[in-house]
Design a protein around this ligand. Structure first.
Ligand code: PLP
Length: 458
């Protein structure tokens, strides 16, 4: 039995030097267990990673079988059967999106950077070298490596690293709770107004930016089809993504869908883009693609674009040590085969409908709860100091961090974000439990969260 680790104990460079870290010994389904025997309901799987919960010996066995045959070869020199099978499987799943070539990398941030490089190289190879700028959205998150961080609309993450970061162009991310053209505070009316007026508002901003910068300088628009922790799981307003696609095609700007958090079944469909008849030019996956077994991320692109590269540069000018690694490919392949074999998405739908509606009906009236929204097994709850005015807590109060710690102490694991309301203030939590969560566990999750809110004081 061991106690939680607190800096300076041990040799791990702990992320937060003022916090205690319970030592997790094992997990099973939606639950984690620490070495003191305490049980946690893992409602977020870290930052929405473990789409299939914890302790899956069947998946581990499939990956181990590949590791015993050959764990690693470099993607510059070899391919392998699991890599070929994974790419074929993903291409089949993405056939309605028209994406059919896959590169595997080791993290969401790396894959985002690879996608941005791919878009840029494509314009050079097509004969338009002036197209280099990237448009992203605020609030938004695309990773923590330097360019992915540059592309992320999180001012507070950039404070220290500002001098190292690159310039990108930004527009507002769809965020119904704080959308300037939405007046109502009533949950139903707010959503209705957002879907009625939101697309027009956000598209105008994008169009103005493109005209101001000049489409001939812009390479790509990077966006999350469903925003994850940055806005608290707000879906885009009706028509938005389709119109983004049309506008970007008109101006010859590539669209990169960041499905690192919202992809691989998290929203109820394998790709979140499928909900919105959205066909991005490139798509990035991570998290749910590996379900937490080992780091695996992917970039999906079109063969026609790869053909352009073959004719000009000869290929995509990018490589990393763990590109196309067989053990990583086997991990992602076992995850998606398991999901198909066990009809995970088909079974998840009824639970997610129940879970989301219970969250809304049980939590919305509670203190501090401003907004609850979500899709599939992904939900966001925004906390405010004043529910009538939507005024956030001052950031110095550290509401989200303290609330998440309080929930964890009570045995509920959720993921915080802050700063989203105005770039400084704002507190939300995001939930992303296992897609295999049962009805009973969905009720347990809502109940634990309700108790955590009711027993919390700042
Ligand atoms: C939408 C999105 N994109 C990219 C990333 C970066 O992924 P990683 O942390 O694996 O580098 C994240 C991580 O949270 C994410 O949520």
């Amino acid at each position: 039995m061991s106690h939680p680790i607190h800096y300076p104990e041990g040799n791990v460079l702990l992320r937060n030097l003022n916090k205690s870290y319970p030592v997790i010994s094992h997990g099973s389904g939606v639950h984690l267990f620490d070495e003191t025997g305490k049980r946690y309901f893992d409602a977020s799987g870290g930052a929405l990673v473990t789409t299939l919960g914890h302790g899956h010996p069947e998946l581990a066995d499939r990956v181990a079988a590949q590791m015993k045959k050959v764990a690693y070869v470099n993607g510059m020199q070899f391919t392998s059967r699991p890599m070929e099978a994974l790419a074929a499987n993903l291409a089949k799943k993405a056939s309605s999106l028209g994406l059919d070539r896959v590169s595997l990398l080791a993290s969401g941030s790396e894959a985002i950077e690879a996608a941005i490089k791919f878009a840029r190289q494509l314009w050079v190879d097509r004969g338009f070298p002036s197209k280099h700028k990237l448009i992203t959205r605020t609030p938004g998150y695309h990773g923590n490596t330097l360019y992915a961080l540059s592309a992320s609309g999180r001012p507070h993450y950039k404070k220290v690293y500002g001098p190292l970061l690159s310039q990108v162009l930004t527009v507002s991310a769809p965020y119904g709770y704080r959308c300037p053209v939405v007046q109502s505070n009533d949950i139903e009316e707010m959503h209705a107004e957002y879907h009625e007026k939101g697309a027009e508002f956000y598209l105008k901003e994008l169009e103005t930016l493109i005209e101001h910068e000049g489409a001939d300088t812009i390479s790509a628009f990077l966006l999350e089809p469903v925003s994850g922790s940055s806005t608290g799981a707000w879906v885009p307003p009706k028509g938005y993504l389709h119109r983004v696609q049309e506008l970007c095609r008109k101006h010859e700007i590539l669209v990169i869908a960041d499905e690192v958090m919202c992809g691989a079944g998290r929203t109820g469909k394998f790709f979140a883009s499928e909900h919105f008849d959205f066909k991005p030019d490139l798509l990035v996956m991570g998290k749910g693609l590996n379900a937490g077994l080992m780091p695996v991320a992917a970039v999906l692109v079109k063969k026609t674009d790869v053909d352009t590269m073959k004719r000009s540069s000869g290929g995509f000018l990018h490589a990393q040590t763990y590109m196309q690694t067989p053990s990583m490919a086997a991990t992602a392949l076992s995850v998606i085969e398991y999901m198909d074999e066990h009809q995970v998405l088909q079974k998840a739908e009824v639970v997610s409908d129940h879970w989301l509606s219970e969250l809304k009906s049980h939590l919305h009236a509670l203190p501090f709860v401003g907004s609850i929204t979500g899709i599939g097994h992904m939900a966001g709850i925004e906390f405010v100091e004043n529910k009538a005015s939507k005024a956030p807590f001052p950031i110095a109060k550290k509401f989200a961090q303290k609330f998440v710690q309080h929930a964890q102490d009570q045995g509920l694991v959720i993921w915080p974000n802050y700063g989203q309301a105005d770039g400084v203030n704002g507190d939300l939590v995001i939930l992303g439990p296992s897609l295999e969560m049962s009805m009973q566990e969905a009720d347990e999750c809502v109940d634990l969260l309700k108790r955590a809110i009711l027993s919390f004081s700042l």
